[in-house]
Design a protein around this ligand. Sequence first.
Ligand SMILES: C[S@@+](CC[C@H](N)C(=O)[O-])C[C@H]1O[C@@H](n2cnc3c(N)ncnc32)[C@H](O)[C@@H]1O
Length: 222
Amino acid sequence: MRPYWRKIAWNLEDGHLRIAARFLVHQFSETYHEWRLGTDTDKWIAADKLGLGESDQNHYDATDFHGFQKVLKRLRPDPAAHVLFEPGCGMGRAVVVAAVFPFRRVIGVEFSPMLADIARQNVARARRHLRCKDVTIAQGDATTYAIPADVTHAYCYIRGELLAKVLANLKVSAKTVARPLTIIVKNPSCLEAVGGRLDWATHLWDSPSRYGGDYAIFEAAP
Ligand SMILES: C[S@@+](CC[C@H](N)C(=O)[O-])C[C@H]1O[C@@H](n2cnc3c(N)ncnc32)[C@H](O)[C@@H]1O
């Protein structure tokens, strides 16, 4: 059973009808976004099925549409300048949501060849809804991926060593080619992988998401 159905079932069992109803409404809204964009991303896949180690924390699970859209609306991407990079883009849900906004370019990198392939299919299916037409899904290891010098935004829904290495690479990239870099971290508790904070970037704001995990937004100034 997917985690949200489990949450609905638990709340129903405990008699928390209002909370169960709220989760249900949220889930309908998420399903609606998936249907509208024509994508197929609502899965949970264990890390060992993706060719990662059994203890790897980076299983596949998709970003919540509602929470990520809310963050991007507030960030107001500039179509002339802003390029979003997503390490561990899975089936491409967040890449598609980002490309609905007017980024100049969106780049996703995914380790699993199977998921990278699915992500490309999802981008193709959602094409008519995308304001950003320059979308790339690269298959490979995000820790060794050379971050392009024009990347201005990074979205991290990853954990553990992977998150620590990608953040270290982003820091080097922002210093090598001096530019402001906005970093969106989903589930900021994952920052424990880097001692609980990003000391080289300023914490700008948080976007709580009652049902799908919070977002923390940082900016590294040149
Ligand atoms: C939580 S999922 C992120 C899903 C995606 N952000 C979304 O919203 O749909 C984490 C993803 O990281 C991928 N991953 C794990 N290790 C990786 C690595 N070294 N390089 C690239 N991707 C990796 C996993 O295969 C998985 O798809």
